[in-house]
Design a protein around this ligand. Sequence first.
Ligand SMILES: Nc1nc2c(ncn2[C@@H]2O[C@H](COP(=O)(O)OP(=O)(O)O)[C@@H](O)[C@H]2O)c(=O)[nH]1
Ligand SMILES: [Mg+2]
Length: 243
Amino acid sequence: MKENVRILVVIPAYNEAANVGRVVAEVKNEAHFVDALVIDDGSIDDTAGVAARAGAMVVRLPFNLGMFEAVRAGFAFAHRSGYDITVQVDADGQHVPREIAELVRPVAEEEYDVVVGSRYLEDRGYKTPLLRKCGIRFFAWLTSLVLGQTITDTTCGFRAYGRRAFGMFASYDAAEFKDSVGLVILGRAGLRIKEIPVTVRERIGGRSTISALKALVYPFEFVLSLVAVLARKRLTVPGGEAC
Ligand SMILES: Nc1nc2c(ncn2[C@@H]2O[C@H](COP(=O)(O)OP(=O)(O)O)[C@@H](O)[C@H]2O)c(=O)[nH]1
Ligand SMILES: [Mg+2]
């Protein structure tokens, strides 16, 4: 990895007081070369206090804006603060901080702009509930078709972004950036995307915020957002670096 690359780990968190302290501690132990920023998204528990005591920087949003806007706030902070790379890590302990080094390497070496962690490139024992698996396969198939590049996992939140990539999130007010469609926007702007296999564990505690109803609605939301993105002019990388 190049010297002096500044990396910010952005951890979106909503009512994760039971988990976020361990996540921040593990990031600090296993990836000592990064700074950690927790975005507390209007939690009603002590997520912000626990994160700060564990040694993270904390931004508190005044009310719950949703995971995507929380991540965007983190990326805007990284952009303004001159970071080179951001890494998105969940606050529930599902991602493995030891793998951050591997995730950022292709970006740090300037070979790729986005590195996506995939649960499905290699079988590392992650068990996906059937309904979710169908959705994920569908997102992956359609995203691959549009991008002309095989993507196996468009909904895993463990990703690394170079400055041009997270700068796009920070600069555009486009709600479609979230999840799968975000990759399409970045790919259409000419940014280079790579997938690598990652390990995803069980949550440390608590329950997923993705209910069965949300899982059912997602595919429709995804298709509508995708149509909107494809119907519109391509977004370009800010600063005239468009491809
Ligand atoms: N900022 C923010 N983060 C959220 C919200 N909902 C979930 N998250 C965080 O997003 C991550 C993944 O959420 P989770 O519910 O575990 O989804 P799953 O891993 O797909 O089952 C966790 O770190 C959550 O704390 C939200 O409304 N706002
Ligand atoms: Mg989770």
